[in-house]
Write a protein that binds this ligand. Structure first.
Ligand SMILES: [Zn+2]
Length: 249
C-alpha cells in the first residue's frame, strides 16, 4: 500500500481512501482518486461556507443580471433541444441562477416551471423576470420538493456539490419515475483540458469542489436508478447528458 497516497478523508464519490494531490490552484489542493478518477478539494470546504460564497455575486440584483440577453438566448436554444420533455410537462431547475432556463421552459409550453437557487439576488432577478414561474430561495441541500417533475434541469451544479450523493438524492426526489434529468458539468476527461491541467477553468476553487469524468457521472447516475438516453455534443470541455429515471434507488 502506498502510504503517501493516503489522505485524511475518503473520496466523496466512491468513498475510496486511495487519493493523492493532483493540482494546486490559488492555494487550494485538488486530490485525484486512484480508484474512480474523481478530482476533489482536500480539505473540502463546508457547505455553509460555500453557501455564503454564493450570495450577491457580480452585482446581481432584481433589475440586473450580467449577460442576461445572451443567457436568455442560450437557455431558449437548450430548451428547444429538450422540447419533447418540456411541452405539456412539468420542469424544475436545480441551481437555476437568474431563471433563464425556467423562463424558456414556460415559454415553450411547460405546464409548470420551477427554479431553486441558494443566492437571494439571483432568485429576486428570476422572480421579477419570469413572474409566471415559481422560484424558491433555499440551500439545495435543504430543499424538499413538493412534487415530482417530468424534467429536472441541473446545469453547472454538480461541480459545486461537496457531497455529490446529497445532490443525487435531491435529483432523484425531484424526478418522477420515467422522467428525465438533464445535467451539464465540466468534463475532467475531455481531450480539450489543457496541459498543465492547473490552467483549466474547471478547477475554480473554492466553489468548484469536484470535477467528474463522464464515466464518473454515468456510474453515479446508474447508482441512483438513472439510465443515460442522450448525450449532446460537448462544447469546449463540458459534458451534457440526459438521464431517464428507471427505478427509485
Ligand atoms: Zn473515488
Amino acid at each position: 500500500m502506498n502510504v503517501a497516497a493516503r489522505a485524511s478523508s475518503p473520496c466523496p464519490l466512491c468513498r475510496g481512501s486511495r487519493h493523492a494531490p493532483y493540482v494546486v490552484v490559488k492555494g487550494y489542493t485538488y486530490h485525484r482518486c486512484e480508484d474512480c478518477g474523481f478530482a476533489f478539494l482536500d480539505p473540502m470546504p463546508s457547505q455553509m461556507n460555500l453557501n455564503a460564497e454564493y450570495q450577491g455575486h457580480k452585482g446581481i440584483n432584481a433589475d440586473y443580471y450580467p449577460h442576461a440577453a445572451s443567457r436568455r438566448r442560450k437557455a431558449l436554444f437548450r430548451a428547444l433541444r429538450l422540447i419533447r420533455h418540456i411541452r405539456g410537462r412539468t420542469v424544475i431547475d436545480i441551481g437555476c441562477g437568474g431563471g433563464f432556463f425556467v423562463g424558456a421552459a414556460r415559454l415553450l409550453g411547460a405546464t409548470a416551471a420551477t427554479g431553486v437557487d441558494v443566492d437571494a439576488s439571483t432568485v429576486a432577478y428570476a422572480q421579477r423576470a419570469y413572474p409566471r414561474c415559481n422560484f424558491h430561495c433555499v440551500p439545495l441541500e435543504l430543499f424538499v420538493p413538493a412534487a415530482r417533475y417530468d424534467l429536472v434541469h441541473c446545469s453547472e451544479v454538480m461541480e459545486h456539490a461537496p457531497d455529490p450523493h446529497v445532490l443525487m438524492r435531491l435529483l432523484g426526489a425531484c424526478c418522477r419515475p420515467g422522467g428525465h434529468v438533464f445535467v451539464t458539468t465540466p468534463d475532467l476527461g475531455s481531450p480539450n483540458v489543457p496541459t498543465p491541467v492547473g490552467r483549466w477553468p474547471g478547477f475554480a476553487p473554492p466553489v468548484h469542489t469536484g470535477l467528474f469524468t463522464e464515466e464518473n457521472l454515468r456510474t453515479l447516475f446508474h447508482r441512483y436508478g438513472f439510465r443515460p438516453v442522450l448525450r449532446l455534443p460537448p462544447r469546449k470541455t463540458g459534458m451534457k447528458l440526459l438521464f431517464r429515471l428507471e427505478s427509485i434507488a
